[in-house]
Each structure stands twice: as C-alpha cells, then as structure tokens.
Design a protein around this ligand. Structure first.
Ligand code: NAD
Ligand code: MG
Length: 391
C-alpha cells in the first residue's frame, strides 16, 4: 500500500491523480491533500479519501475546512494544517512514501524541495520548481536518495524512451538529441496581427488538453515549452542545444529521443494526463489508468513542423536563459508568472507577457544560485521588477 501526499489536490493534475488512485484502492491511500483555494472541493475530497492531513493557505480556511469535513459524530479523521509550514510537513512526513508535486508555479518550490530532501518518491508536475532550482534540486535527489519521476507528458514520454538504466549521461547512452512535442496552443494558426487582442478566455481554450489557467496561457505563448526545455536539461543531463522543439498539433506523439544510430523512439497515446500519472505512480510496473487506448487508424495523419520564432518569442527567451545559466531561469520564471497573472487579470495584453519577460532578462544582474535562499531572493527581485513594469 502506497501512502500518497497530493500537493495541489484540487488542480487539474491533482484531480487526475486521485482519479487514477481511485481505480486501485488496494494500492494507494491518500496521506495528505492540499489546496490553496476551492476549499469546498478539498472538503469533498477529504470526506471521500479520509486523509490523515489536509493543508490550506491560512488559519481561516483551515477552520472553514475543518467545520465542513466534520460529520458531527466524533472527531474528524483529518487534521487540518495551513501555510507553507503545513505543506512542508506533509511533503516530508516520515510516514509518507510518495509525493505528487502538483502545485502551480514558484509556490511549489519549498514543499517540493522538502519532499526531495526527505528522500521521497517525487512525482514532478510542478516544473517551475525544477526550472528555478535545477542544480540544487538534482543534487538533493542524488544526495538524499529521492526517486524523481516526471509527470509532464513530454518528459514522461522521454523517460519511457530512455534505457531503463539511464544515469544522466546522454553520450554514454548514444543519445544525439531530444525532441519535445508542442501542440502550438490555441493561437498556432491565427494571424500574427490578431495576437495583441486575444483574450484570457481564448488563451485558456487549449485545443487538446484541459489544464489550469496558468499553464494554459504558458501553452499559448509557448513559455510552457521553454520551461519544459529547461526541465528536460535538468532531468536528463542534456545541454540546451541538444533539445529541439517540434510542433505536433495532434498531441499524440508526446516527445522523442534520437539515438546516434538513426533511431527515433517516441511514446504515443491519447492526450490524457492519467497516462503519465499512472506510469509514475506505479513505476516500474504498469497500471490501468482509465485512458482510452489510442486508435491509430482513427487518429489519421500526424503533422510536424518547426515553431515560428515571431509567434512564440517566449521559447527563444527560455533558451537564452538556459544558455546564460546562473539564476537567469529564476528571473524568466518569476517574470512570466507575474506577467501571466496580469494578463489573466485583464491588466496587460497577451504580447506584453513576452515583452516583460524579455525586459527583465535583459537587465538582470545575475547571481550564482548556490542555495535555496539565493533562489528565493532572485525570485522575489524578479517579481518585484516585473510588477513595477506592469504598473
Ligand atoms: P491548477 O491551477 O489546475 O492547480 C494548481 C493547484 O495548486 C491547485 O490545487 C491549487 O489550489 C494549488 N495552488 C495554487 N497556488 C498555490 C499556492 N500559492 N500555494 C499552495 N498551493 C497552491 O494547475 P495544474 O494545471 O494542475 O498544474 C499544476 C502543475 O502541473 C503546474 O506546475 C503545471 O505546469 C504542471 N503541469 C500540468 C499539466 C496539466 O495537464 N494540467 C500538465 C503538465 C504539467
Ligand atoms: Mg507538458
């Protein structure tokens, strides 16, 4: 029986994780569930899963949740905690084995790192944490004996296409490059002149995936692919130059690994996050996930093309940040989070997102991110600068 903490249980990845777990009650039990908003959904999940802990943002929400899950008879099974301290407690608790890191954005950094340092089996959806603290994160995985399994569909696909004993040395494994699939998002074919006027609703209407609002906007700008490029470098020990992005509108080929002998290995499937979630939950064994098997004949033709730099400037910015090293990726991620939130709030236009990120990067005074405190300070500095630009 695996005890699982789901950080971000009420989000798109969190809900899909519980869906897969529910299909295997003999294998998985929820140890802790956490949420930032949507307390009603968390209460419902707590009644269903009876986790030992639930974590919310603050004391007030904790009281609301506790009242809502109390059934009137005796003491409730779930202890309610709050704040970052609560998240860290349930991520690093000695009784939990598996942590699904599915909080969105930099807010996931500290609890995800706590799970890494406690040597957990970490299922990583929260790519921002790895982008921000890559070197520290991977060093933590090595030195603390954590098992890191990628949930991002592309990275999970790559993981499946690598040799089972892969140890982060692409040359030794005969790997020439990695190809990340990108759907191109909702604005793949619209006229470039229309981009400045697109709305948050249009940006969040992804053609193939149902996801949270932040990652949906990231998919529309392709900052998501930029973050994934940096994520791939840390996860698989490859250089920025060894990762290429290919637009594949159907989202059926989830990514590919090219070997020196000319082989190109890919993982295919319907676009449904329950496949990578099930893969990681039960790795190295396979698990029924509820995903409809891919019908190749029904899928028809698959298309591949190169991303246009003018349509997706964020992809180039992420590449630049990766090549520049130091804490440039922290600045990139923080500026993007602030800009995306402002776009979703109707404060800036869509094309301002890339402009703000570019401006922050180009005047960034870099530091060496030697510990988490430096990463957090750089993150705060970039957020502050991005907010100043918006106002
Ligand atoms: P979402 O917005 O649907 O859910 C986010 C979750 O994080 C919610 O449970 C929310 O309550 C919690 N949260 C938000 N802000 C928080 C804060 N400040 N403190 C604590 N908790 C907070 O997002 P999502 O689409 O599920 O994405 C989650 C992560 O997974 C992101 O990093 C995203 O890039 C990654 N990811 C998502 C998908 C997908 O299909 N949705 C695919 C690949 C990767
Ligand atoms: Mg992805």
């Amino acid at each position: 029986m695996q005890l699982v903490t789901v950080l971000g249980a009420t989000g798109s990845i969190g809900v899909n994780t519980l869906d897969v777990m529910a299909r295997h009650p003999d294998r998985f039990r929820a140890f802790a569930l956490t949420a930032h908003t949507r307390i009603d959904l968390l209460a419902q999940q707590c009644r269903r899963w009876q986790p030992r802990y639930a974590v919310v943002a603050n004391h007030q929400d904790a009281q609301r949740l506790a009242e809502s899950i109390q059934n009137g008879s005796g003491s409730p099974a779930t202890k309610v905690l709050w704040g970052e301290e609560g998240l860290v407690e349930v991520a690093a608790h000695p009784d939990v084995g598996t942590v699904m890191a599915a909080i969105v954005g930099g807010a996931g950094l500290v609890p995800t790192m706590a799970a890494v340092h406690a040597g957990k089996r970490v299922l990583l959806a929260n790519k921002e944490a790895l982008v921000m603290a890559g070197a520290l994160f991977m060093e933590g995985v090595r030195s603390c004996g954590a098992t890191l399994l990628p949930i991002d569909s592309e990275h999970n696909a790559i993981f499946q296409c690598l040799p089972p004993d892969y140890r982060g040395d692409p040359q030794a494994a005969g790997i020439r490059r990695i190809l990340l699939s990108a759907s191109g998002g909702p604005f793949r074919t619209i006229e470039l002149e229309q981009l400045p006027r697109v709305t948050p609703e249009q940006a969040c209407a992804h053609p193939n995936w149902r996801m949270g609002r932040k990652i949906s906007v990231d998919s529309a700008t392709m900052m998501n692919k930029g973050l994934e490029l940096l994520e791939a470098c840390w996860l698989f020990g490859v250089e920025v130059q060894q990762v290429d992005v290919v637009i594949h509108a159907e989202s059926i080929v989830h990514s590919l690994v090219e070997y020196v002998d000319g082989s190109l290995l890919a993982q295919l499937g319907n676009p449904d996050m329950r496949t990578p979630i099930a893969h990681a939950l039960n790795w190295p064994q396979r698990l029924e996930s509820g995903v409809t098997p891919l019908d190749l004949i029904g899928a028809g033709a698959l298309h591949f093309s190169a991303p246009e730099p003018a349509r997706y400037p964020c992809l180039g910015l992420a590449r630049e940040a990766g090549e520049a090293g130091k804490d440039y990726a922290v600045a990139l991620n923080a500026a993007n989070e602030v800009a995306v939130a402002a776009f979703l709030d109707g404060k800036i236009g869509f094309c301002r997102i890339a402009e703000i990120v570019a401006e922050i990067l180009h005047r960034w005074e870099a530091s060496e991110p030697q510990d988490l405190a430096v990463v957090q300070a750089s993150d705060a500095r970039a957020r502050h600068a991005a907010l100043a630009l918006i106002h």
